[in-house]
Design a protein around this ligand. Structure first.
Ligand code: ZN
Ligand code: ZN
Ligand code: FE
Length: 762
């Protein structure tokens, strides 16, 4: 046997299939380097399902290869599964990166990623080819989801298609050892997108866009700046006139405005920062993080106890912030409309100048917003940086069907299911705005192309008149409806990978959802598994005088709770005295005669009432959850809980009812005695947490349940969430809550998919 024959004898071959976020994240060059370093011949290529690797070499080296694959992945790559088998060697002579073959199955696309340290260094280094170039990126960073038009993820299928690579970029792009190997959005000043500054009214371009833009902001102008998923409106946060003008443009009087700061040190001047909050701020996802105020900036978030900060996430932001330190960076849209992605939509009423470029945005995405509670994220908006991250489904509930879920009405998202994974879209806004409904349709269409998605069935909310429900009906697909609060708790069940045998007590607290009795639910204790639920308890019904009007005007709920607690002879309170007697009379009349006054079990409305009674909520709110947010802010000012109010758990029949009339009476008395709103606010939060514990203990005793899910928009309230989790854990309950998804209506579509899986499980 010759030497070479013997070598051939030891030669083995392996075929691997890697699934996960492995395309467009520098995975193939990583494999190339690894394989050549270990003397393998063969190839690596993108296929429909992920990345296929073929290796010829020794068994020992293969062991090493698998180890490295597990431990040394490129930063953005995420392996969901790895399958391999030994095959017959083909006798390859070298290792190559082969062309993509398009396939049928599910491919993951990376979310957009903030500028990496290496790219940042390049743009800051004079003499570098990309010095001060605002569109610098590499395989480890840059735009992804927002520039992809369809699969496979190749340059011609992105909005970079129209830019022809220069020879220098081409060299980097084709060199497997380069950081920009196959970086589809690769660009440089010679061949890539260019920045322009336009005067909005005349659309005339202005010289030195970057320098001039900085100068204009310093002068107090408002600029529309193109980012990854849309335009921001930016201005100087310390220029009151500019901030007030921006508020007028956005039709926001008090709703908080987001800030972008140069670095952590700058943020730390205005807000308290924990380690987890620092980590989130500098993470490659770059969300807006809500942070406790240290030094307030006037009129940025007047009614909240937090400031929302993010750090720069594109080279353009870095270059701007180098000069500006802190800017207001709010999404460029008129009230309730989707974020703007094309500069033609920027009217002179929106901003004085437009800082833009010629790389199109294929898909809009707002900034994500989270706060850190108990070292874990709590999302109030999940979009850029997190979408389209796939959610794995437990094997035990997988289905062969492809499922579309269309979410609710407010804070809508859609989700799709295919081959064991769910992808939830970015936050799409409230569908009662026709432009957002357009965005909803656009996103469904986009997902079909992006994921080669062909739904077999569609799931919607139970509400017959939600635009999403009407859309679902119009698809002609088999259509199933899921009760709102059930969907709310199915979402974290999937996120926490519960199985079909798991039964939970789901505590679903929010503003509104259509109940299976047709009433307005929102304070629900559901005993549930994937198959269905039993309504175990709920907040006792109170009248919702005027329906939607009572949602906009919290004083109506204050009156409704007072009437329930005291009857017609309710005591006089300062806050209600602000409302004219005829107006109050009219609302009492609605309740008495049961005109346009459905019953509600909403915890959101209870918060509205208390917030109004203590004098925090305005007569008419400007944005959803405004009244509860001010009550939470007041509670966070209080040093400690000084007591709890009374409530009744009515157990005469199922479902049980939690009645807060005793609490309303006590709060009223305290107000008359001159108690501080902060004290009432904190004690009210504490009372609610105690009530949740009571019902949970009852459920454990009666149904043997120990697993509790806290979900629904009310649990965006940090104080309530912390107090409730604490009390429940103290009593040995296992407590689960949404972590990488919002507890709010954004996650309904995810929960709806879970229900669809149950219907179609094999
Ligand atoms: Zn980079
Ligand atoms: Zn170039
Ligand atoms: Fe809800």
């Amino acid at each position: 046997m010759s030497h070479s024959d013997r070598k051939l004898g030891q030669q083995k071959a392996y075929r691997l299939l890697v699934r996960g976020t492995v395309q467009g994240v520098g995975f193939r060059p990583f494999i190339y380097r690894l394989a050549t370093c270990l003397n393998f011949n063969g190839y690596v290529k993108n296929v429909g399902e992920g990345v296929e690797i073929y290796l010829e070499g020794t068994a020992t080296d293969f062991e090493r290869f698998l180890q490295a694959l597990k431990h040394d992945l490129p930063p953005l790559a995420r392996v969901e599964s790895l399958d391999w088998l030994e095959v017959e060697p083909e006798g390859r002579l070298k290792f190559t990166i082969d062309r993509t073959t398009a396939g049928e199955s599910f491919v993951f696309i990376s979310p957009d990623i903030a500028t990496c340290p290496e790219c940042l260094k390049e743009i800051e280094t004079p003499g570098e080819r990309r010095y001060r170039y605002p569109f610098t990126n590499c395989t480890n960073c840059g735009p992804r989801y927002t520039i992809v038009k369809k699969l496979p993820y190749d340059r011609e299928n992105t909005t970079m298609a129209s830019f022809k690579m220069c020879p220098d970029c081409r060299l980097e792009y084709e060199n497997p050892l380069d950081r920009r190997y196959h970086a589809q959005p690769i660009a440089c000043p010679q061949c890539g997108p260019q920045l322009v500054l336009l005067e909005t009214r005349s659309r005339k371009s202005v010289a030195d866009p970057l320098e001039t833009a900085v100068h204009l902001v310093k002068q107090g102008k408002i600029l529309a700046v193109k980012g990854l998923g849309g335009f921001h409106l930016i201005c100087d946060p310390f220029n009151l006139q500019a901030v007030r003008r921006l508020r007028k443009i956005k039709q926001r009087r008090v709703k908080p405005l987001a800030l972008m700061a140069r670095d952590l040190e700058t943020v730390a001047r205005y807000a308290y920062l924990s380690q987890a909050e620092r980590d989130w701020l500098i993470s490659s996802r770059r969300p807006i993080v809500l942070l406790r105020k240290k030094k307030d900036i006037p009129e940025i978030a007047p009614e909240a106890d937090t400031l929302g900060f993010m750090l720069p996430y594109t080279p353009l932001h870095h270059l701007l912030l180098k000069e500006l330190k802190v800017i207001v960076a709010t999404s460029s849209n008129q009230k309730d409309a989707p974020i703007i992605k094309d500069e033609v939509e920027i009217s002179p009423e929106l901003g004085d100048f437009i800082l833009t470029h010629n790389r199109d945005i294929a898909m809009r995405a707002d900034d994500s917003v989270l706060r850190v509670v108990d070292s874990k994220p709590l999302f109030s908006r999940r979009a850029r940086g997190f979408v389209p991250f796939p959610q794995k489904v437990p094997d035990s509930i997988k289905s062969k069907a492809q499922i579309l879920a269309v979410g609710g009405e407010l804070k809508n998202t859609i989700s799709i299911y295919k081959n064991g994974y769910i992808v939830t879209s970015q936050f799409l806004g409230d569908l009662d705005d026709y432009q957002n409904f357009g965005y909803f349709l656009e996103t469904i269409d986009h997902f079909k192309k992006l994921f080669d998605f062909r739904p077999d069935l569609v799931i919607s909310d139970l509400h017959p008149d939600f635009r999403s429900t009407i859309y679902a009906r119009s698809t002609g697909l088999p259509h199933h409806l899921v009760q709102h609060h059930f969907a709310h708790l199915l979402a974290p069940m999937i996120e926490h990978q519960l199985g079909p045998e798991d039964r939970v007590l789901g505590i679903s607290f929010d503003g509104y959802g259509y109940g299976d009795d047709g009433l307005a639910w929102g304070g629900e204790f559901l005993i549930a598994d994937y198959r269905g639920y039993q309504r175990y308890a709920h907040l006792d019904y109170v009248p919702l005088p005027g329906g939607d009007a009572a949602v906009r005007e919290p004083w109506r709920m204050a009156l409704s709770f007072l009437l329930k607690a005291f009857g017609e002879k309710y005591p006089r309170l300062k806050s209600l005295d602000r409302i004219s007697a005829p107006k109050r009379k009219a609302v009492s009349h609605l309740i008495e005669k049961n005109i346009n006054t459905p019953l509600t079990s909403s915890v959101g409305r209870l918060f509205d009432a208390v917030s109004y009674l203590v004098g925090l909520a305005p007569e008419k709110i400007e944005f959803e959850a405004q009244a509860p947010v001010s009550l939470e802010a007041a509670a966070s000012l209080a040093r400690a809980t000084t007591g709890a109010y009374h409530y009744l758990l009515l157990k005469d029949s199922l479902p049980y009812r939690l009645n807060f009339s005793p609490a309303i009476k006590e709060i009223t008395k305290e107000l008359i005695d001159g108690q501080k709103p902060e004290t009432i606010a904190i004690n009210f939060h504490h009372t609610l947490a105690r009530a949740i514990l009571d019902v949970s203990l009852q459920a454990r005793q009666e149904a043997g349940l120990n697993k509790i899910i806290l979900t629904g928009g009310v649990f965006l309230n940090r104080i309530l969430l912390e107090k409730t989790e604490h009390l429940l854990k103290q009593n040995a309950f296992q407590v689960l809550r949404p972590v990488y998804y919002s507890p709010g209506d954004e996650s309904l579509s995810l929960g709806q998919i879970a229900y669809g899986l149950n219907l179609t499980a094999r």
